[in-house]
Design a protein around this ligand. Sequence first.
Ligand code: H2B
Length: 92
Amino acid sequence: MSLLGEQDLARELATTPAWERDEDAIVRTVELADFAAALRFVNRVAELAEAADHHPDITIRWNKVTLTLSTHSAGGLTGKDFELARRIDALD
Ligand SMILES: C[C@H](O)[C@H](O)[C@H]1CNC2=NC(N)=NC(=O)C2=N1
């Protein structure tokens, strides 16, 4: 999977408004009811990640889950990041 150029990147970002670009990654923080709900959400994300063989960095802070997506093998953002971002968005 090759890195997205600025134009493709802008188009992908426009279709994933819940995600914010942070240099070579896109980031989304999801707020859940409490820590247990955050863990359940992370488990659903983990299933999508395993199915896609593409894995976000995940931080849990009590009821908030921050997901960071980047394609490490390509050194930045690719279509795989946005595909997974859209699948994650479809969870809630
Ligand atoms: C062998 C395996 O396909 C690779 O290590 C995958 C796994 N998950 C991955 N996840 C992410 N975010 N970037 C990768 O480059 C990546 N590579």
